[in-house]
Ligand binder design. Sequence first.
Ligand SMILES: [Zn+2]
Length: 397
Amino acid sequence: MKEIPVYLFVDALGWEIVKKYNFLKDELPFRHPVKMQFGYSSTAIPTILSGEHPNKHNHFSFFYYDPINSPFKIFRFLKYFFGAGLHPRCILNRGRVRRYVSKLFSKLKGYTGYFQLYQVPYDKLCYFDYCEKEDIFAKNGLPPLKNLRDILEDSGLRFLISDWRKPESYNMDEAEETLLNEQIDFVFIYTAQFDSFLHDHVSDYQTVAEKLNFYESRLKSLFAHLKKNEISVKFTIVSDHGMTPLKGTVDLMKFVEELGLDFAKDYAAVYDSTMARFWYLNSDAKQKIKNRLSDPDCSGSFLSEEEKISYGIDFTNNKFGEDIFLTKVGIQIAPCDLGRKPLNGMHGFSPEDKDSTACFLSTHAPSFIPLEVKDYFHLMKKDIDSLSLKSKTNTII
Ligand SMILES: [Zn+2]
């Protein structure tokens, strides 16, 4: 009987949580821990969609220093409107307003990718560019690499890749309906709500158990409907990382500001939740920043060149930072450019941290055991290649 490969992506479904709660243990008996791609979902998802490390697809953290090509120069003028937006407590910096401004800006610029200004100060935006302006799931979404959609279109198979803009309940229902109609050869379902849920509730055992029960029931109902209709699937859940409970915070922005250096004259920096990325505009600034951040109260360390190479984040021209400072496991940078306050859980720590480990769960043994998240692409490609070969052979017969 034909088995339809179905891949369900669940953002932040970490290996530790899967083990702790025995998530779908009987239904998905082939289970493997998978090493996280260093960085956030902004780099993990392009890695999954292309099978290549970030140094090949050029997506890492959203913001990078590029004052010449910055699309945000317009925000420089906000300060002339009575200093609007300069103070963190200004209404223009409230989360909801920021999301609205992001939406409006993205629409005006014609961006199709996931776009958020987060909490990057308006007066600093003009020094940065943004890496996900285009929809990475779309055709030619990760040039010059072929992404999942490109290889599926080339294969001639009938496929569904769910819309990342839609709620996950819609994506699950759409996938079920498509599978029941049997008009499909390959399905990739995208869900992301578990990530935001875990950022808030990672340490709340009962609430997490209830949420996972909800997912289990939804999937068991899908499996039952498929069985009743004699539709056979090879069902696999993949994730990009886990979630690490908050252990403490560090105010790196303050430490660097206390050095008396001028932003954009001496250095530029982006403070993500777990890493601070620096571009040095003179050697004095480099020395001062490196010295200060080497103190133990900074709770972290700079990545070595060897580590950058091993994570596949050694970018040409150090596009995403000459130096990347990573905090210790569980320590969040607060405030940071992604948010003013720490969250109960965070990811983006060392890929060696056990709570960061992603998972692969399947009804079937994989054709090879995935070791890191980029391997998912190659597993999917093997399924696609073998299906398209079969359909070609059938046509010839
Ligand atoms: Zn997240």
